[in-house]
Write a protein that binds this ligand. Sequence first.
Ligand SMILES: [Zn+2]
Length: 136
Amino acid sequence: MDMTGTKRREFPSLLEELGHVRRFVGGVVAGHPAEDDVILAVSELAANAVEHSAATRDDSFEVRITHLADAVRVEVHDHGGAGRPRAGVAGAEATRGRGLFLVDHLSRGWGITHKPDHTGVWCEIGCTCTLSSAAA
Ligand SMILES: [Zn+2]
């Protein structure tokens, strides 16, 4: 895994894009000890982002992956549609809760940032890369 900087890519908010998200993330974390957990966590966060913006299917979301000193931080930013209403918020929130139960299990920490036209979800999958940096 490339340890430098933040890798980011924008995806259309469509369920069909989740395979592309997994391939993008898989490429970034290839060979990392927590590869499988990171891909699983991002899949959940991305699926939530898609459902969250289901009412505005022309929207996109951005996936960011950063290798910290002792964790892989992943973020999914749902840009939403500024000023546009979102249908089915209750259902989306219920689904989000289930997905985040898994994320909570996989990660050492996670959080959500809400703004009127933007929702960001992040989580950090712990690792011990700095302890074994000779092998990196
Ligand atoms: Zn690591």
